[in-house]
Design a protein around this ligand. Structure first.
Ligand code: HXC
Length: 525
């Protein structure tokens, strides 16, 4: 609609009516067919998304009337208010969040100068107000008609993403195609949500891929939600539809502090902190080689069995996620014997390292449940840098100052024992079940290395080997060896695991730990 001119209405009421008409036109998009096209792709409009994400009526829009000032390529004839992005704040369960959301109906949600400046302003406000920032991404990347200004606009977003990193939670929700710059901003944030079938993320799209490499590939195959949830590890959470995705964003926010100066919100707990975990006695076999589902141990000890798992479809040999104990949010890291026997490999180390870092940044205590046979051996892992990637997990734990409690459920061998938040790298409290086996390696492997010559020279090598394995197990791998040396604080009855964790975390709630001054660390990458 045109701005009021000579023939503008005279009264304030007329002007107010004109303002409301203008706002309504912003919501409805450039034309009805653009909304229909959006729906036909299985996507909600930007306003429908905000309605699901935020508490009803809480959204306050900023710069809804902003327009671009670009010229050329027909841009002077198209000035949709808002310029393809909606920015503002609202509440989730009454807690303030800042949001920017692309409107794909306007220039494909592409980012030009004015569009970028709106986002910059919102990011600065979110940081100043100390509240989470949520981006709803559904845009075609840099606006082609605006040339380098779009690229510079992305630079300003990246710089702010990094500045706010570890200060306020940053949540990226991918609801459409996100190419180039639109993919790098999510990668700099704390959490990435994707919707199957409609969200894609790639640095260069299929056309460029084909032109450069000859590879023919679809958008979905190149950067769809499942690719990033299962292969690349870029997506933290993946959903089948937008509504369940946005509802889970609300759920995640309910577990996070507004900023790094606050604790995550505590909830009233109906589940008694000292509830006994009798089910665990039948769940975990004493034989260290037998599998079981560590996910069941996790849900058994958490309040009401609720566990928000991160990267559910990637690196399943380690479980990471948020839950509550006695109403207080905790981050759980646990080896999963059901997948690759719970071994630590490159992907598992990266996943857990990132999770530890995220929890530490946002004052979320860490609970580590250990049942790990070691690092995955082999040239593939070594050549792809298991040393470098495994060191990320070590670095993340060593640097973490939040309360840290370790429970050794069953076995913990070698470097993997140290890495999984052992006392020696800074766990505040460490407990072990009476089936724990903590050692440099399994008894069989140890006998092969230490007694190799003796076994070979024995009249009955098989019997000698058996004897040496038994000896090593009895001497070094009994469940009280570490407790006798103060490396675990106590050997506990598994049925009291939840109670011990609740008590430990309550004691550690007042923990205050610092780090020496430095500009920043230099973590392995
Ligand atoms: C301006 C764009 C646009 C762009 C699409 N449109 N991309 N306008 N700049 N980058 C417009 C279209 O002209 C169309 O306008 C409307 O958006 C919808 O586009 P469609 O192609 O009809 O939609 P769809 O079929 O759903 O395809 C969506 C798409 C495709 C996959 C995103 O449009 C596409 O590939 N666009 C180019 C993406 C791209 O290469 N972006 C630059 C990335 S590089 P009308 O008026 O017809 O509705 C980058 C640099 C930053 O971002 C790097 C920093 C590290």
């Amino acid at each position: 609609m045109a701005w009021p001119a000579e023939s503008a209405p005279e009264t304030l009421r007329d002007r107010v009516a004109a303002l409301h008409a203008l706002r309504a036109s912003v919501r409805s998009g450039p034309d009805a067919s653009a909304t229909a096209r959006q729906h036909a792709k299985g996507k909600l409009t930007v306003w429908e998304r905000l309605d699901v994400l935020l508490d009803p009526g809480s959204f306050v829009e900023l710069e809804g009337l902003r327009k671009h000032r670009a010229v050329g390529f027909g841009m002077e004839r198209r000035h949709p208010p808002g310029d393809g992005v909606v920015t503002g704040w609202g509440t989730v369960d009454g807690r303030r969040v800042f949001v920017y959301a692309h409107d794909f109906r306007v220039f494909g949600g592409s980012l030009g100068e004015a569009h970028a400046q709106k986002i910059h302003k919102l990011m600065d406000l979110a940081e100043a107000a100390g509240a989470p920032l949520v981006s709803l991404n559904d845009g075609a990347g840099a606006r082609i008609q605006e040339g380098v200004t779009g690229l510079a606009g992305y630079g300003g977003i990246f710089r702010r993403n990094v500045r706010a990193s570890g200060v306020i939670p940053q949540i990226s929700v991918l609801l459409g195609p996100c190419a180039g710059g639109a993919a790098y901003s999510p990668a700099l944030t704390d959490f990435v949500f994707m919707v199957r079938g409609t969200a894609q993320m790639f640095v260069t799209g299929p056309d460029v891929v084909q032109a450069v490499t000859g590879e023919v590939i679809t958008h979905e195959q190149l950067g769809g939600a499942d690719v990033h949830a299962r292969e690349s590890g870029v997506a933290t959470f993946v959903h089948d539809d937008e509504v369940s995705c946005l509802e889970d964003v609300r759920y995640l926010i309910s577990m996070l502090p507004a900023n790094n100066q606050e604790a995550p919100p505590a909830a009233g707990a109906d589940d008694p902190a000292d509830r006994l975990n009798t089910a665990l006695l039948d769940l975990v076999p004493a034989d260290p080689s037998l599998p079981y589902d560590m996910g069941e141990v996790v849900t058994e000890v958490l309040d009401d069995g609720e566990f928000l798992e991160f990267h559910e479809h990637w690196a399943g040999n380690v479980l990471c996620g948020l839950g509550r104990i006695d109403g207080h949010v905790v981050g759980v890291i646990a080896n999963q014997p059901m997948v690759l026997a719970g071994v630590l490999d490159i992907a598992a180390a990266e996943k857990a390292a990132r999770f530890v870092q995220t929890c530490d940044a946002f004052n979320i205590p860490l609970v580590t449940l250990v049942d790990v046979p070691g690092f995955l051996p082999g040239s593939d892992q070594e050549h792809r840098g298991i040393i470098r990637h495994g060191a990320k997990l070590l670095y993340a734990y060593c640097a973490a100052t939040v309360p840290r409690v370790q429970v050794i459920v069953r076995k913990a061998y070698g470097g993997a024992y140290i890495v999984m938040d052992s006392r020696s790298i800074g766990a505040d409290l460490s407990f072990a079940w009476p089936i724990n086996e903590i050692a440099v390696m399994g008894a069989e492997g140890a006998a092969n290395v230490v007694f190799r010559k003796e076994i070979a020279a024995a009249p009955d090598p098989a019997a000698a080997r058996r004897d040496r394995i038994t000896e090593y197990r009895d001497e070094l791998m009994h469940p009280y060896y570490a407790a006798e040396r103060g490396l675990v604080d106590d050997v506990i009855d598994p049925v009291r695991t939840r109670a011990v964790l609740a008590e430990s975390l309550a004691v550690l709630r007042a923990k205050h730990a610092g780090q020496p001054y430095r500009k920043h660390g230099n973590p392995p990458s």
